[in-house]
Design a protein around this ligand. Structure first.
Ligand code: PSU
Ligand code: MN
Length: 306
């Protein structure tokens, strides 16, 4: 664990649930500040928390506010965060900077995992993890999310890696790092906006209790790191691969032409896709995050039962 408990402000409702062994689901904040436009970002953040509650768990949205790591945000703080434009995007590398400098920052999958683990939260719902970027041979752009999954014991529920990435290499990197990648009720690795990437999911489980058993077994074996659950986007919200692939190619070409690099790459590509699909990719993103939150609540419930 990286974040020392003295840097954490755990919301009373979250602390109570953790103390009582009741289910809690961590939620990230980069998706709010850098992943979706206003006001869909705030509406989605609220809706996702409601889905977690409906699933019988307590939501804990994580962000850094004025240098304090907040685990569980009240609605006013959530709204203010969603409207601000100067919020840092925090991964493992940036988290201590934001804390030391008293800055506001939104946590990525990697940083949210660190803070969730420090708080004692074992399940986390997001949209899609970061991974190995296309063109990695030149850029060496590999998301810190992959290293975090290798070392921090949190179950991350996602809709696969984002299809803007090099998915075969992302899968290889996860395997090398010893991260179990589980297709939920599917043999195909989901590709965020689409239900299938055309790649096989390395493992498959069909219910939350079985996923909880795997998480428990991993801990009992003293194996470091997380578990990645890949939950396909609901059929009615899916964008067929042939359709999204063409837009991804366009967005990637634009990123190259504008020399977008480092932390700006993923937000740039997601933003361009919303424009290129006339908002359809955003609707899909909202639907898949809610779907992941529901499954995460179930998994957290199954873990709490054990
Ligand atoms: N899922 C979404 N939208 C997002 C993200 C995930 O639906 O914006 C964010 C997560 O915070 C993830 C980040 O960690 O994208 C990946 O950024 P990078 O590729 O720079 O590591
Ligand atoms: Mn990167």
């Amino acid at each position: 664990m990286t974040a020392h408990p003295s840097f954490l402000d755990i919301a009373p409702e979250v602390a109570d649930a953790l103390a009582a062994g009741r289910p809690v689901v961590a939620l990230e904040s980069t998706i709010i500040t850098h992943g979706m436009p206003w006001p869909a970002n705030l509406e989605t953040a609220r809706a996702v928390e409601a889905v977690v509650r409906a699933g019988g768990a307590v939501p804990a949205t994580i962000a850094v506010i004025a240098g304090r790591i907040r685990v569980g945000l009240d609605d006013a703080t959530l709204e203010a965060l969603a409207q601000k434009s100067d919020v840092m995007k925090l991964s493992r590398a940036d988290l201590p900077f934001a804390v030391a400098a008293g800055r506001d920052g939104a946590t990525t999958v990697a940083a949210t995992m660190i803070c969730a683990a420090a708080a004692g939260i074992r399940v986390f719902a997001t949209g899609g993890i970061g991974g190995v970027h296309r063109g990695v041979e030149e850029t060496m752009d590999v998301s810190a999310d992959l290293e975090e999954l290798a070392r921090t014991p949190v179950c991350v529920v996602c809709a696969g890696a984002k299809a803007i990435l090099d998915l075969p290499r992302t899968l290889e990197a996860l395997e090398t790092r010893g991260v179990p990648v589980i297709g939920y009720r599917t043999d195909d690795l989901p590709a965020f906006w689409s239900r299938s990437s055309g790649l096989a999911a390395p493992l498959r489980l069909d219910d939350a209790a079985a996923i909880a058993s795997l998480i428990a077994a991993k801990r009992d074996l003293s194996l470091d790191g997380g578990v990645l659950v890949a939950n396909p986007v609901p059929e009615e919200a899916e964008i067929p691969r042939a359709e999204i692939d063409a837009h991804i190619a366009t967005a990637l070409a634009e990123a190259r032409a504008e020399r977008v690099s480092a932390k700006a790459v993923t937000p740039f590509l997601l933003g361009r896709l919303v424009a290129l699909t006339h908002g359809r990719s955003l609707a899909t993103n909202v639907a898949l995050v809610k779907n992941n939150a529901a499954l995460a609540a179930e998994i957290a419930g199954a873990l709490a039962q054990r």
